[in-house]
Design a protein around this ligand. Structure first.
Ligand code: FPP
Length: 257
């Protein structure tokens, strides 16, 4: 597969700061700008540690994590990404203490209620991956309304992974593919929750941990990975720009030479 090396213009703004160094593959490419990933995913890790360092309840770390979500969504739109996927609640997160689970659900609800106007106004389209229908009925209703309201938007696709586990997603996709016909890589891919989204280019994890934690295992097959030593509540636009600059420096070979 040919490396996608043509820079795309930022949709609503340009990358701030010095442009990333172009790789040798890009010398002579028609476009002179940096390579911008189409689809970036983030494992937003470190809310609990951020709170612990400050002797605060974990819920405060999650609250500050929502502010980092706002910064990331605004920056992703301005930097011209097509899709930003955020790991907000995993199938394994149900095993956390009940008060933490309900704090996270409350934050999601408040985020939709308080930020949907801005998100919609910026042309952002909301997508959910994972089995969100298993959440509480008021949250499901709110999410469905938000999905419907933003469905026609053509800006950034904000993908929130909710009650999401990659192994569960692959198993569901494989079962649907088998019911529909021969099971192939393509048929499984076409039944994943992420079907229709651009190929995942870059996966970022904050907090210094270096693992995937059941997130986008299939989609990460050829993604570049950047692990940042920053706790999620401290994540800023500059961290995202730094990860994009790192992406632009990498040479992607998709198993070829
Ligand atoms: C991981 O940190 C973070 C989560 C499990 C939840 C992420 C949720 C948010 C940032 C807020 C809600 C999201 C949206 C989209 C509004 P951790 O608690 O595992 O941190 P630790 O490893 O330091 O304990």
């Amino acid at each position: 597969m040919a490396m996608r090396s043509i820079a795309r213009g930022a949709r609503t703004g340009a990358i701030a700061g010095p442009p990333p160094t172009r790789t040798s593959d890009e010398e002579g490419a028609l476009s002179a700008g940096p390579r911008i990933p189409r689809h970036v995913a983030i494992i937003m890790d470190g809310n609990g540690r951020w709170a612990k360092q400050r002797f605060l309840p974990r819920a405060v770390g999650h609250q500050r994590g929502v502010e980092a979500v706002r910064r990331a969504v605004r920056a992703a739109g301005e930097l011209g990404l097509e899709a930003l996927t955020l790991y907000a609640f995993s199938t394994e997160n149900w095993s956390r203490p009940e008060d933490e689970v309900s704090a996270l659900m409350g934050l999601l609800k408040r985020f939709i209620l308080s930020d949907l106007d801005e998100i919609h106004g910026n042309g952002v389209r909301l997508t959910i991956i994972g089995n969100f229908k298993a959440l509480s009925s008021d949250l499901v209703e709110l999410i469905e309304q938000a999905l419907e309201r933003t469905a026609g938007n053509s800006g950034l696709n904000l993908v929130i992974a909710l009650n999401y586990g990659s192994q569960d997603e692959i198993a569901r996709a494989a079962a649907r593919a088998a019911a529909a016909g021969p099971v192939t890589v393509e048929s499984i891919a076409s039944h994943l929750d992420t079907a229709g989204l651009p190929e995942l280019d870059l996966l970022i994890r904050t907090s210094g941990e270096v693992r995937l934690s059941n997130f986008l295992l299939w989609q990460a097959a050829y993604a570049e990975m950047v692990f940042l030593d920053v706790l999620w509540p401290d994540f800023t636009r500059e961290h995202l720009e730094g990860a994009l600059a790192e992406f632009a420096r990498r040479e992607r070979r998709y198993g070829g030479r």
